[in-house]
Design a protein. Structure first.
Length: 234
């Protein structure tokens, strides 16, 4: 290996370590990946862990493996691990970024985090997303509904996958696009090249989107912007 190539690799590794941490995503095989860098200049780093679901608020991350639910801090250090039923899960964070809720799809059970204490909640329909403290999006006969406490509102023209943010905003699919719905009901639509198949909270003000052969990072600023995520550098 030439000295120039070795120096380039060392500089790239140091730069990735020093870059701002954004959050976590998972690839199509379920491998956990950590995303660092700046908007439009990301580095994706493979982790050894394989997960069925993953989400991050920036402050904490929640990971669901085949047998465990794991909560880590923003740097990936393990804070809590709980035994968990098989299958995927949905997560919700509190407004301060702490892990708050998990919905286990296989057992249809809602639990408080980090304790794992079961909560009395049995919604009608397939749970698509949950939000703190008592919000959810469910699918009934191919129509999405927003549940906000005892209030139920149809989400006309929107599709799964979808996400509920801690600040109250909604992100959902509409054909080959994603729609960000603000607290005032206003919509911002971002067009993609294919219909989204997966949509997860990746970090503070970030949503990870899988659509077709590509993965994207959606920045939830006042003007939502979508960026292509690169393949893993490892």
């Amino acid at each position: 290996m030439s000295r120039l190539l070795l120096l380039t690799l060392l500089v790239s590794a140091v730069s990735a370590q020093q870059a701002p941490r954004i959050g976590v995503v998972r690839d199509d095989s379920g491998r956990l990946q950590r995303v660092v860098g700046l908007a439009g200049s990301f580095v994706v780093q493979n982790d050894d862990l394989h997960v069925l679901a993953a989400a991050s608020s920036g402050r904490e991350a929640i990971l669901k493996t085949a047998e465990e639910l794991i909560i880590t801090d923003g740097d990936g250090r393990r804070l809590t691990a709980l035994s968990a039923p098989p299958g995927p899960a949905n997560f919700a964070f509190a407004k301060d970024g702490s892990a708050a809720l998990v919905w286990f799809a296989s057992t249809r059970e809602l639990c408080r985090l980090p304790s794992g204490r079961p909560l009395p909640w049995q919604p009608s329909g397939e749970v698509v997303a949950i939000g703190w403290p008592n919000r959810a999006i469910v699918r009934r006969e191919d129509r999405l509904w927003l549940l906000d406490g005892a209030i139920e509102v149809p989400l006309q023209g929107l599709e799964a996958p979808a996400a509920l943010l801690a600040d109250g905003r909604i992100v959902a699919s509409r054909g080959a696009s994603v729609v960000v719905i603000g607290l005032d009901g206003g919509e911002r639509e971002i067009f993609l090249e294919a219909n989204p198949s997966r949509l997860e909270v990746m970090g503070e003000q970030w949503i990870a989107i899988a659509a077709g052969d590509h993965s994207y990072a959606l920045r939830l600023s006042s003007e939502p912007t979508v960026y292509l995520l690169p393949r893993s550098a490892q």
